[in-house]
Design a protein around this ligand. Structure first.
Ligand code: SF4
Ligand code: ZN
Length: 734
């Protein structure tokens, strides 16, 4: 490593550690050593420190231990005639710098609790988002695992002007990368430049304004560190594994834009430990020999119009870009972007105008692959500012096509359309809502391009199950009305068919082992009446996925002999689970939380837990960040049971599963639920009422307590007694 960089990094690390020590002393004086500290709603404490050292920083006092560790990591200053290689000491200094910066940020959360917005988007007048909580982490982290996002660019500083910033950001978005932003150069910050250029920032567009100072870089590196623990199954303290996981799997790099201060050098040296190289636009010394990073460590003086390409080359990233023949940019990074009213050209809005989307199959010889027709006016004949009616009908044919796959293809229309820049899509079926932005219209986007998207992407993603697709887009009001009538008939039939399927009458279930890459002993088994615990896979989805990818994570499993009808246990399932968990789990029950429940992995939507005093169970969804009557928050629960374990008294499940007829029937079924967060109750209200009716208790929903009644068993029991909650009358739960 260059002597100049090493000595600057070491000096920077000293400065940061001193600043952290000062902040720590202030916090100890003002709040006392016992005061709780941490980033919001996370089970990973200060994640870099937790991941690398295994120390959970819970209180101000805990910071002192870490600061001592920082001091011992700090190497001596580089002397003029230093004979030793510089890399190792600089890396240690970088690590100390990151620990110190995490402490600085943690103290900021104490001193200015409202400095950062909580959530995915900037709020009124506040652009800085701060640390991603575990909800965001799960949602976004999965994209790193499944490859929809190959990695991230951490940008420090600012571009020369907002226009250049916007251009660099779009280039990174087109490569599907997340962009994590911090620090300033000449009083300017990259995130603020984007906002100024009218670019939407926030998690949904993958352009994340973490914080105004260089210390906010820890939110990016902390995110990567948590990914290793949460998805890679790496234990806190296994620092080597964390660093290697990141080097091999998270394609991240630092873009240093502008003057590189000593603190920047220190932070960049820290990032090199994770295998993240730095690419700079200024003529700082280069560090070319490779070692820790896949290729070079520091590459400098790169012109801004080449910086993204250079970074991608240096980090060794292979980007596959979707070939979709439309006049706007296309990719997952544009999925979350909204089209606001003031940017709107025109919209088709289900419920207001007549809109529907429908995938239907036809005979091979009736369908001409790639044919796209617009029946009625296209966008060039639709006046600006108007609301129009629209029916999108994709007709597919193929030797392997089945009617059951139609809804699966149809559900893709939502995100596939959303991937187009400047287009927003919400909902599906007859409540779909499409917004076309002015910018997209100006670039030449037409409704026929929806057809181009579906044709290209259906072939790319579902080529195995169908051979041909033609798309008709109706905007002629009369025609749209005709189509919606036909489509609604089909929607009704489909719903009845899925609702009518039972576990008893189905001989083949499907496994899902997608999560084994991060929870090695975890095996989901999906039956018609038990949707996968992440909520993303029901039985039909697994069936289709198996057809598309026969050797993939969803395998058909003959359930075989029934071993226990009440708890839901089958011989064939057990045998499969034993094999797939490599002997870790030899049996489990589908319908019980008390007795040998299914294994749970970290992506469950909800966790059901027994409440012995109330003779019932509670369930809590991931989005609820408050305390629950079992004494643990969701994050703690997920951290405790979510590693692919089987834990009596706890089970992960999907939101949808709560109102499926077999939900914990072995333990008494839905009438056992005594508590759930109000937001969850509201979300599933309609189905919950319907299930209550079926179970002979139409007002069950009103007898279930929530956090407004209490968050301890003692606090909710009187309410349950007053409401005559059925669980109180049931057999003893344990
Ligand atoms: Fe598959 Fe289960 Fe993971 Fe969902 S939670 S992806 S169903 S293994
Ligand atoms: Zn999972």
């Amino acid at each position: 490593m260059s002597k100049i960089i090493a000595s600057a990094a070491i000096r920077g690390a000293y400065k940061l550690v001193e600043k952290a020590e000062k902040k720590y002393r202030e916090a100890a004086g003002r709040f006392g050593p016992k005061k709780e500290v941490g980033f919001p709603n996370t089970a990973y404490y200060l994640p870099i420190i937790y991941g690398i050292t295994g120390i959970p920083v819970k209180t101000v006092a805990d910071m002192e231990t870490v600061l001592k560790e920082c001091r011992s990591l700090l190497p001596p200053f580089v002397k003029e005639d230093h004979p030793l290689p510089y890399l190792a000491p600089a890396l240690d200094a970088g690590m100390a710098a990151l620990f110190a910066e995490e402490i600085i940020e943690a103290v900021r959360y104490l001193e200015q609790p409202d400095f950062y917005t909580k959530g995915e988007d900037p709020a009124e007048g506040k652009i800085w988002l701060g640390a991603a909580d575990d909800v965001i982490m799960r949602k976004r982290g999965v994209e790193f695992v499944d490859g929809t996002a190959p990695g991230f660019a951490a940008i420090a500083g600012a571009a020369p002007d907002p226009k250049t910033a916007a251009k660099i950001a779009q280039e990174l978005q087109e490569k599907n990368l997340y962009v994590f932003m911090c620090a300033e150069h000449n009083g300017k910050r990259f995130s603020e430049q984007l906002a100024e250029a009218g670019v939407q920032v926030g998690w949904p567009t993958r352009l994340v304004p973490f914080g105004p100072e260089i210390s906010a870089a820890v939110f990016a590196i902390g995110f990567a560190t948590r990914a290793a623990m949460s998805f890679g199954g790496v234990k806190p303290g296994e620092y080597r594994k964390i660093l290697i996981y990141n080097k091999d799997r998270i394609f991240a790099f630092v873009l240093a834009l502008g003057y590189v201060s000593e603190e920047w050098y220190a932070t960049a040296a820290g990032a090199i430990n994770w295998g993240f190289p730095t690419i700079a636009d200024t003529p700082i010394p280069q560090v070319l020999p490779t070692g820790i990073c896949t290729y070079e460590h520091v590459v400098s003086n790169v012109p801004l119009d080449q910086i993204v390409a250079k970074a991608i080359e240096v980090r060794g990233l292979k980007v596959t870009q979707a070939e979709v023949p439309i006049p706007v940019a296309y990719g997952p990074a544009f999925e979350g972007e909204r089209v606001r009213k003031e940017d709107l050209y025109a919209e088709a809005r289900g419920g207001v105008t007549t809109v529907c989307e429908w995938v239907t199959s036809g005979a091979m010889d009736e369908i001409e692959d790639g044919k796209i027709e617009v029946i009625g006016p296209d966008l060039d004949a639709i006046p600006a500012g108007s609301q129009f009616s629209m029916a999108v009908v994709a007709e597919v044919a193929g030797r392997k096509m089945q009617e059951d796959f139609e809804p699966i293809l149809e559900r893709q229309i939502h995100h596939l359309t959303n991937y187009a820049q400047g287009i927003m899509h919400i909902g599906q079926r007859d409540i779909a809502w499409l917004r076309v932005g002015k910018a997209a219209k100006e670039k030449g986007f037409m409704l026929k391009h929806i057809g181009s998207i579906l044709h290209a992407k259906f072939h790319q993603d579902f080529g195995r199950i169908f051979d041909k697709v033609q798309v008709k887009i109706y905007t002629d009001e009369k025609k749209v009305k005709e189509i919606i009538g036909q489509a609604r008939e089909v929607y009704k039939k489909r719903d009845a068919r899925i609702e009518g399927m039972t576990d008893e009458t189905t001989e083949v279930y499907y496994s899902c082992t997608l999560c084994q890459s991060f929870a090695p002993s975890h095996v989901c088994m999906v039956s018609p009446e038990r949707t996968g615990l992440c909520g993303a896979y029901n039985w039909m989805d697994c069936k289709a996925s198996n057809e598309i990818n026969p050797t993939g994570p969803n395998q058909p499993v003959e359930k075989g002999e029934t071993l226990d009808a009440k708890f839901g246990q089958w011989k064939g399932v057990n045998e499969f689970v034993q094999k797939a968990s490599r002997g870790k789990i030899d049996h489990y029950n589908f319908y019980s939380v008390v007795n040998d429940p299914m294994t749970t992995c970290g992506c469950c939507e909800c966790i059901c837990v027994i409440l012995p005093m109330c003779n019932g169970v509670m369930t809590v969804n991931r989005e609820f960040d408050g305390m629950t009557p079992c004494g643990m928050k969701f994050t703690t629960l997920a951290g405790t049971i979510g590693g692919g374990l089987q834990t009596a008294g706890f089970v992960g499940h999907s939101k949808y599963n709560i109102c499926q007829r077999k939900f914990i029937t072995g333990d008494g079924g839905i009438k056992r639920i005594v508590w759930m967060p109000k937001m969850l109750k509201e979300e599933i209200r309609e189905r919950l009422i319907k299930r209550g009716e079926e179970a002979g208790m139409p007002d069950l929903i009103d007898r279930i307590a929530d956090e407004t009644i209490g968050t301890t068993e003692e606090a909710i029991l009187p309410f349950l007694q007053e409401k005559k909650h059925p669980a109180l009358e049931m057999d003893a739960l344990i």
